[in-house]
Ligand binder design. Structure first.
Ligand SMILES: C[S@@+](CC[C@H](N)C(=O)[O-])C[C@H]1O[C@@H](n2cnc3c(N)ncnc32)[C@H](O)[C@@H]1O
Length: 180
């Protein structure tokens, strides 16, 4: 998992609360890693909640599968897809998801956000992690590739009439947007 940072406990708590308060039954996440965010969603979802999680790294997914199983969640409740989100997201069903959580490759955030709008039901939540990206996103002098792409993804949500959103300064920044 070199270079990949798991979500913080603060972010984990918020994901659990959002899943619980919205009564989420179908969640998609981009970026499985070891399953920390997956577990946070399971802690909030009811017993009938299903998680679809996409990650290009099959080893991460194997670790996440073990972690979720050890935590008592049967594999019938999660669908771990080893693949690139840009290929997998278009295959998921339109308007079928209560939450889409984005925590994958920053350089693909604009495409993930575009895909999420199609996947979410009305009233569903788009949650995007790392939107402050080590405080570079709000720094006009910062011009790293990730920073620029995250700014574009944020702008796509804030300029869209499809969402009402809030940016929470937790972890590396969490954007939470409800789809109208
Ligand atoms: C920040 S970690 C995800 C953290 C995780 N959600 C958690 O709960 O801790 C990012 C993950 O995205 C995956 N990833 C990075 N680039 C990717 C890409 N282009 N396609 C698919 N997955 C990618 C990595 O393998 C890594 O597991």
């Amino acid at each position: 998992m070199a270079g990949h940072v798991p979500i913080s406990t603060g972010v984990s708590a918020i994901l659990t609360v959002l899943a619980a308060t919205t009564g989420a039954k179908a969640v998609v996440e981009v970026g499985t890693l070891m399953g920390a965010s997956a577990l946070a969603f399971f802690d909030g979802m009811g017993k009938d909640g299903i998680l679809t999680s996409i990650d290009a790294d099959a080893e991460h997914q194997l670790a996440a599968r073990r972690f979720l199983t050890a935590a008592g969640h049967p594999s019938s409740r999660f669908r771990l897809i080893a693949g690139t989100p840009l290929e997998v997201l278009p295959k998921l069903r339109d308007g079928a998801y209560d939450i889409v959580f984005i925590n994958g490759d920053k350089l693909e955030y604009v495409e993930y956000v575009a895909g999420a709008l199609r996947l979410l039901r009305h009233g569903g939540l788009l949650i995007v992690h790392d939107v402050l990206w080590n405080n570079t996103v709000a720094d006009p002098s910062a011009e790293g590739d990730e920073t620029i792409i995250i700014r574009e993804a944020l702008e796509a949500v804030t300029q869209s009439e499809s969402y009402t959103q809030s940016l929470l300064p937790v972890g590396n920044g969490l954007l939470v947007a409800v789809k109208h």
